[in-house]
Design a protein around this ligand. Structure first.
Ligand SMILES: *Cc1c(COP(=O)(O)O)cnc(C)c1O
Length: 395
């Protein structure tokens, strides 16, 4: 008997202790309770192309993919991914050894970090960052090092000096996201070239999340893997969710050198092993849709972006017009508010609209505090109604 009471050990381990329920759950519950328009979570309110949906039904009926598909993904999809990388980006990848199909981009990011990060390694991520990054870095035992994108002249910018200063001898990996959620920043050729040069100089691995590769309204999306010296050090990740408006299917992929893909596959095979069998065949067909589909998607979302952005400006917000993705970041300070959390918690009552406080995507809370994120991947009449409600917002 020591006579000393010890506190009961917490159930959740130390790596995950800081990750409670996501803000999306809280805000979606609030949307339901108040009958609000939910522009918080980023999923489309209409499904993708009918022929792609039919392709999934056909695969399911024909008994393709109803049993465990091959671990790296069905050959039809791996080939379609390789062809897509060549068609849109001029990248050559071998469908047999350099493509890995995953349970969405989320699993690809998780598997890449679990495979490539040693406990104690530093991982640089652009802040604000997609919410799964912090948790996956933590699960891998890595140390998160945020580099903050800075708002200036109506858009967000990567400061290359800040990035360079963040690299230490312990840095193993850069986790990039372009087009960037939530800021809508699309890294340009010069910036990507500088990032690539830094990665080569400091011998860093790079994981790039390019799920919005087809949602670029200004400029163009360039994969980092296409820059000199990057092919052998870059894992490129994308997914069908955003490009084809089937976020529930969770079909994603990673491409890279044979060695990198083999490493990611080692982790992936013990996470889900495989997933989404019949949907893999449907996504293989989707990736071969004519250019008109991709052009139409972009034009459609550009119109929605402008519709919501105009509405937000009319309601008095400061607006950061995104170059890509389907999110607008809005500054609440012109409305006399400074705390995005408090603003988003009362917005459903005041206006019947739900947004997400950008601070949830930051370590440096103060950098994100006065900004909120609205999704515009919604029907035009929903966006118009949301804008009307915001313009009539109670003080
Ligand atoms: C939506 C999103 C994902 C998740 O993609 P899934 O294919 O649904 O797993 C990953 N990264 C970013 C930046 C996203 O916005």
């Amino acid at each position: 008997m020591t006579g000393r009471e010890t506190a009961p050990r917490p159930l959740l381990n130390r790596r995950l202790a800081q990750f409670g329920t996501t803000i999306f759950a809280e805000m979606s519950a609030l949307a339901a309770r108040t009958g609000s328009i939910n522009l918080g979570q980023g999923f489309p309110d209409t499904d993708g192309p009918e022929e792609v949906r039919e392709a999934a039904v056909r695969a399911l009926r024909d008994g393709r993919g109803n049993q465990y598909p091959p671990g790296p993904g069905v050959p039809e999809l791996r080939t379609a991914v390789a062809d897509h990388q060549r068609r849109f980006h001029g990248l050559d990848v071998d469908p047999d050894t350099e493509v890995l199909v995953t349970a969405g981009a989320t699993e690809a990011v998780a598997a890449a970090l679990l495979a490539l990060v040693e406990p104690g390694d530093e991982v640089i991520a652009l802040e604000p960052y997609y919410d799964s990054y912090a948790a996956c870095i933590a699960m891998a035992g890595g140390v998160r090092v945020p580099v903050t994108l800075r708002p200036r002249d109506g858009s967000y910018h990567l400061d290359l000096d800040e990035l360079r200063d963040a690299v230490t001898p312990r840095t193993r990996l850069l986790l990039l996201n372009t087009p960037h959620n939530p800021t809508g920043t699309v890294l340009g050729r010069d910036q990507l070239a500088a990032v690539a040069a830094l990665a080569v100089e400091r011998d860093l691995l790079v994981v790039t999340d390019e799920v919005y590769e087809h949602l670029v309204f200004e400029g163009e999306h360039l994969p980092l893997a296409s820059f000199p010296g990057m092919r052998e050090r870059t894992v490129t990740i994308s997914s069908a969710g955003k490009t084809f408006a089937f976020t529930g299917w969770k079909v994603g992929w990673a491409t890279g050198s044979r060695e990198l893909v083999a490493a990611v596959r080692t982790a992936k095979q013990y996470l889900t092993f495989v997933s989404a069998g019949p949907f893999q065949y449907a996504v293989a067909e989707a990736l071969r849709l004519p250019d008109a589909y991709f052009d139409g998607l972009r034009a459609d979302l550009r119109r929605k972006r402008d519709l919501l952005a105009d509405g937000l400006r009319a309601a008095g917000f400061g607006v950061y017009l995104p170059q890509g993705t389907y999110f607008v970041t809005a500054d609440i300070r012109p409305l006399g508010a400074t705390d995005g959390f408090a603003f988003c918690r009362t917005l459903p009552e005041r206006a019947g609209v739900v947004a997400i406080p950008n601070a949830v995507f930051y370590d440096h809370q103060e950098a994100g505090a006065p900004f909120v994120r609205f999704a515009f991947c919604k029907k035009d009449d929903v966006l118009t109604e949301a804008a009307d409600r915001l313009a009539r917002m109670a003080p």
